[in-house]
Design a protein around this ligand. Structure first.
Ligand code: NAG
Ligand code: NAG
Ligand code: NAG
Length: 231
């Protein structure tokens, strides 16, 4: 059941999309394809993000938000986590739509009113198969929070309690495109869970906070999209 708001928001997205590259022929819901030939497109002038020697297990589109709080001492926003829905890209990996899908999805996502969820937008606009969710949990070390990619409630891993990965950042580079707008590209290593041993966040769009803040301002959320590769 779609609200009028969603229908009107989606029709404005169709207008936006007409200027963008053609939409892929969407695979059927629930369908995933072979990832053995999928390759990350990484900048060559850096050593932080290194392509693993094995093929990726999952290639996903993330559609979500980055959360920030204003530090009263530095007057800059600091990250307090993120929440995203993860959609399967394996079936469009070799199509022309793949390269810019994060940009097409971001245009749709940023045009949506706050009442429309990332899961709704991603599934309608980008890729119908929801792989799972990305969010933060208290770190097992007892200090701070850790990012988690959780496939335990969706798709073929539903009910499988080990189908997650809790990870720790192992390296990063500024986004090669518009680094003050687009969040960093990252590599993270498994700390817990059986889903994957390494995760990469690349091809980011959006997610960066304003450069400074006024002490006492409320926490903010900034929409973003990216690709995630799980190895
Ligand atoms: C981020 O903000 C959203 C929206 O306010 C909230 O639902 C979510 O729990 C927050 N997550 C973290 C890790 O702060
Ligand atoms: C690598 O190249 C990108 C794109 O040309 C550039 O924006 C970036 O600053 C370079 N990074 C380094 C570490 O040289
Ligand atoms: C549960 O998920 C893990 C991680 O994805 C996988 O390695 C394992 O084979 C799954 N177990 C079953 C019974 O499907």
């Amino acid at each position: 059941m779609f609200s009028f708001q969603l229908l009107s928001a989606l029709s404005s997205v169709v207008l936006l999309a007409s200027a963008a590259p053609a939409f892929p022929t969407l695979p059927k819901k629930g369908e995933c394809c072979d990832t053995s030939a999928a390759i990350m497109d990484l900048p060559t002038n850096q050593t932080q993000l290194v392509t693993p020697t094995t093929a990726p297990l999952f290639v996903a589109l993330g559609v979500g938000i980055q959360n920030y709080t204003c530090s009263a001492t530095t007057l800059k926003y600091t990250s307090t986590g993120a929440v995203a829905s993860l959609f399967d890209l394996s079936c469009i990996d070799k199509t022309p739509a793949f390269a810019n899908i994060q940009t097409v999805a971001f245009k749709a996502w940023s045009a949506m009113p706050a009442s429309i969820s990332a899961t709704t937008v991603g599934a309608k606009i980008a890729a119908p198969t929801l792989l799972g969710f990305h969010y933060f949990v208290p770190s097992p070390s007892g200090t701070g929070i850790s990012p988690k990619w959780d496939f335990t409630s969706t798709g073929k891993f539903a009910g499988n309690s080990t189908a997650f990965v809790l990870a720790a950042k192992a390296g990063s580079i500024s986004s090669p495109v518009a680094p003050t707008t687009n969040v960093d590209w990252l590599t993270l290593n498994n700390v817990q869970g059986a889903l994957a041993s390494k995760i990469f966040r690349i091809d980011t769009v959006g997610g960066q906070p304003p450069a400074s803040c006024v002490a006492g301002t409320a926490d903010i959320t900034v929409k973003y999209t990216s690709k995630y590769y799980l190895y």
